[in-house]
Design a protein around this ligand. Structure first.
Ligand code: NDP
Length: 486
């Protein structure tokens, strides 16, 4: 192996790596081969306590700096991430199995964008002046929340850490981040880089472990906010635990998003959108458009081009730059996806291509496309989080909108059409937080990202994220005498 994957220690607390071998051992497995590439330990209560205490101790001084000073640190960190993109991308590939062709353009680079964007915004986070009758006035101050906890899913470990840390730190908070136990390596590098860029110790701590480590972080009274990226069932638990302490929350949860292709769509673009929205990262993306509604007139042509283009997927060594389809993250996630393939066949959907385990070490399957899927089938209702695309037929606009909205989820939605009036009209009626018109799954830092309905609460990225990592203090100023009734 060309790059070391064993970190100096399991956790990063108060500006340095720390270990506590009393914690349960956690093996890190390279999904492409099934080999153990690192061994870490889950955080013990002592490590969790050190992380919270150091965050609390550091936060007030950080918040007292000017926004420009805080922003300078984040922008330096963004530069370091870009300089080290190659090493960070290789590590992301080892952690997740995603091909280097993806990780080199979508992970550390996306993290750097967030650090740069929120670093740039930090100096302009101000309150407002509000003139009132009689010469009185009010003003508002935008204050940090305090100590924020970030809990990540395993699909984008670097990006998720940065999407949470960058706005939190820009607003003057401290963050304790718990990566998914499946992909624990990348967030440690984010911590190293932030410290090297000048972030004072204690402001970004990483503690490892499974849900049992996340849970005490969400209930600790010294924590002011919890931001989770994960599944809806976990979201329900974490939201409820945070509610007990009336904590702020951001919930970035799962989805079963519709991607609607009208028969006037550019077919190559629509097929391209469906590929990006189902097979990038081997389908392990929350916003994926896994219910592909295709209008009757274009259906067979769409399926033909989709299968033709899928047959050119390069499935192989994720570190080879030519590879564009990698393994699933774990044996468990592969099993879930293959079970859904079996369920789709049992329920009578037509398996057009793929959906079989590839017989080699690691967690590999071929990208699957189902046609003739109906709304009641499990593959059309439940989040699979794997490379399984379902094509559903439709005939008219009102019908497809009603069916697209008939789900508890509301993370994302896409529409492909050459009739732009129709495109905007349809998107206006779709119940989804993040929508795409003649595109799919773009996530620039300038654009808010998040869901409605069971898919979440709050927004990441963009100026909207500032609202979720700061709070307003209002001050009324009376300029005249105070008139009291007695
Ligand atoms: P999980 O919900 O299983 O886990 C998410 C994180 O929560 C993990 O770090 C997990 O720890 C932790 N966790 C689990 N239970 C608790 C608990 N009781 N208290 C605190 N933390 C807990 O999701 P996955 O990791 O399997 O990720 C896939 C899911 O994430 C999908 O549903 C996907 O849609 C969603 N997702 C949403 C995104 C969005 O932005 N909307 C983006 C990416 C993914 P551990 O796993 O280590 O036990």
């Amino acid at each position: 192996m060309t790059y070391p994957t064993q970190p100096e220690a399991s956790h990063f607390v108060n500006g340095r790596y720390v270990e506590d071998t009393d914690g349960t051992p956690m093996d890190v497995i390279y999904p492409a081969t099934g080999e153990v590439v690192a061994r870490l330990h889950e955080a013990t209560p002592a490590i969790i306590d050190q992380a919270i205490e150091s965050a609390r101790a550091a936060q007030a001084d950080w918040a007292a700096l000017s926004g420009t000073e805080r922003g300078r640190v984040l922008r330096r960190a963004a530069d370091l991430m870009r300089e080290r993109n190659h090493e960070l991308s290789v590590l992301e590939t080892m952690d997740t199995g995603k091909p280097y062709q993806e990780t080199s353009v979508a992970d550390a680079t996306s993290g750097a964008d967030a650090l740069e964007y929120f670093g740039g915004l930090a100096g302009s986070l101000t309150g407002e002046h509000i003139p009132l009758p009689g010469g009185d006035w009010a003003y508002t101050i935008r204050e940090a929340l305090g100590v924020c906890v970030g809990i990540g899913a395993w699909n984008y470990p670097t990006q998720i850490a940065c999407w949470k840390a960058a706005p939190a730190l820009a607003c003057g908070n401290a963050m304790i981040f718990k990566p998914s136990e499946t992909t624990p390596l990348c967030a440690l590098k984010v911590a190293e880089i932030l410290i090297e860029a000048g972030l004072p110790a204690g402001l970004f701590n990483v503690v490892q472990g499974a849900g049992a480590v996340g849970a005490p972080l969400t209930t600790d009274p010294r924590v002011d906010k919890v931001s989770l990226t994960g599944s809806v069932p976990t979201g329900r638990k974490v939201y409820a635990a945070a509610a007990e302490g009336i904590k702020h929350v951001t919930m970035e949860l799962g989805g079963k998003s519709p991607l609607i292709v009208f028969d006037d769509a550019d077919i190559e673009d629509a097929v391209g959108g469906a590929i990006l929205g189902n097979f990038y990262s081997s389908g392990q993306i929350c916003s994926n458009g896994t219910r592909v509604f295709v209008q009757a007139g274009i259906k067979e042509a769409f399926l033909k081009r989709l299968t033709e283009r899928l047959s050119t997927a390069v499935i192989g060594d994720p570190l080879d730059e030519a590879t564009n389809f990698g393994p699933m993250v774990s044996e468990a996630q592969l099993g879930i996806a293959l079970n859904y393939v079996a369920a789709g066949q049992e329920e009578g959907a037509r398996l057009v291509t793929g959906g079989t385990r590839i017989d080699k070490p690691g967690f590999w399957m071929t990208p699957a496309v189902f046609a003739d899927v109906t709304d009641d089938m499990a593959i059309a209702r439940e989040e699979i989080f794997g490379p399984v695309l379902s094509v559903l037929d439709f005939t008219d606009e009102d019908e497809v909108i009603a069916r697209a909205n008939d789900t508890e989820y509301g993370l994302a939605a896409g529409v492909f059409t050459s009739d732009l009036k129709r495109g905007h009209r349809v998107i206006g009626r779709l119940e989804a937080g993040t929508c795409y018109l003649n595109s799919y799954n773009d996530a620039p830092v300038e654009m808010p990202f998040g869901g409605v309905k069971a898919s979440g609460v709050g927004r990441e990225n963009s100026k909207a994220a500032i609202e979720h990592y700061s709070q307003l203090k209002s001050i009324y100023v009376r300029m005249g005498a105070v008139e009291a009734p007695f």
